[in-house]
Design a protein around this ligand. Structure first.
Ligand SMILES: [Zn+2]
Length: 163
């Protein structure tokens, strides 16, 4: 999928969305999942492609209503940075919610603002995805203005299931 924001295009690869789709909290007992969004800037443009992500790992703290990723994700990111010859970088976060149409909690907003301030990445914006059961939404965090705004709300039509 492609989102147009002013003169900037943000492309999110199908495979990334499929992985997120796969982790939706469809069952009452499913825990929240999450991870990093990883992408690159297309050379000579402001366009961004989100082409990779990290998936939940054993050391993360997951519960029905919370997800805290472990430091291990930073190591995974570092490896992807090296393997891609320093083009793939941190671009934000995704996580699931046990809501049909998800909205961010106060804690989500706090976490996102923290990441916007502290993330050691070259990009001026970060992306945040919350995957609800029927709907997923995407927000942009503008790191210069310290503003967060929603840029996409949609269903999972056209997303191919992995498992
Ligand atoms: Zn949340």
């Amino acid at each position: 999928m492609i989102i147009n924001i002013g003169e900037r295009k943000i492309k999110i690869n199908c495979e990334v969305l499929s992985h997120i789709y796969d982790k939706r909290q469809v069952n009452i007992s499913d825990y929240e999942s999450g991870g990093m969004l990883i992408g690159s800037i297309i050379r000579g443009t402001k366009d961004i492609i989100i082409e990779d992500l990290t998936l939940p790992i054993k050391d993360d703290k997951c519960s029905r209503l919370n997800y805290v990723r472990s430091k291990k994700h930073n190591e995974l990111l570092e490896q992807k940075w090296i393997d891609s010859q320093f083009t793939k970088m941190y671009f934000g976060e995704w996580h699931t919610h046990p809501q049909e149409d998800p909205f961010p909690s106060q804690r989500d907003i706090r976490n996102w603002k923290n990441l916007m301030k502290k993330s050691n990445t070259e990009t001026k914006i970060l992306l945040f995805i919350i995957a609800g059961i029927d709907i997923y939404k995407i927000w942009i965090g503008d790191r210069e203005r310290m503003e967060i705004y929603q840029v996409f709300r949609g269903d999972y039509n056209g997303i191919i299931k992995i498992s």
